[in-house]
Design a protein around this ligand. Sequence first.
Ligand SMILES: Nc1ncnc2c1ncn2[C@@H]1O[C@H](COP(=O)(O)OP(=O)(O)OP(=O)(O)O)[C@@H](O)[C@H]1O
Length: 300
Amino acid sequence: MRLEINNITKKFKQKTVVNSFSMMIDTHECVGLIGPNGAGKSTLIQIIADILYADEGDILLDGQKISAMKNQIGYLPQYPNFFSWMTAFETLSFMGTLSGLAKHDLQKEIPVLLEKVGLANEAHFHVGTFSGGMKQRLGIAQALLHKPALMIMDEPVSALDPIGRREVLNLLKEIKKETTILLSTHILSDAEEICERFAVIKQGHKIEDATKLELLERYQESAIFVMIRQEDTKWLARIEHLPYVKKVESYGDGFKIHVHHMEADAQKLLQHGLDAQVLFLKFEVGIQESLEEIFLQLVV
Ligand SMILES: Nc1ncnc2c1ncn2[C@@H]1O[C@H](COP(=O)(O)OP(=O)(O)OP(=O)(O)O)[C@@H](O)[C@H]1O
């Protein structure tokens, strides 16, 4: 399976909310579409799910227009809508029939799916009695009914409480073993738990598309973290004027020393400190930012 998102642009009146967005997703990838509120995630997701038309560009699945490949896609909207008076079983049966699945296949498949999403014991309970997490798991079951090759989910966990969030994230970890996933979220830690790759969208533009490792490497700061004794802090005033030191600042329990060329300058700095009889309690080369910090730098 290969999903190609080619130069998608979407305008609402004069406002461009998705701007020449391109990306490729291959089988068994789990990609997080990350962006702040209003970045254009839902709009893009709906275009991929063929619910909304793009003004420009096209979406191809295995080289075919998405409209001809809809049966390969499972879509979970941001706010799935259910009839509260139907049971979970009836809901899946109703939705399955609407999407053209045969009744006898549904009778066999629905119990398997309810088991998979952890709702086997609630199969005959009314959806109106379900928690947010249970409804979202039912939504996932519905999206999986026709065994899609690609699952597209719009903010699947953002609105849930911690328990519901945990239930759904655990379920997604299982589903990703057999299905390709694209999910949108404005909460990076949700995507971080299940996705290996992140596409960052800001004001409709794709501003980053990288794996976790690539992001961490790309945004690693050229800085050295040192912890020294109080009596050695006068050394910091001396190094501020060295040509290879850009800036010295307080950082946590110690100091961050920004340099030009991390490894070479770290050697020089260490030597300089040792010559000045500084006792280093900690000397760390390269300060690793968290993904959250990188994301904030990108979108703010
Ligand atoms: N039908 C519409 N008509 C006019 N403007 C719209 C419409 N749908 C979305 N927008 C606007 O497009 C922009 C992007 O909205 P979108 O819902 O795609 O963002 P999002 O990244 O999913 O945000 P959120 O996380 O808040 O759902 C917003 O400014 C929104 O107000």
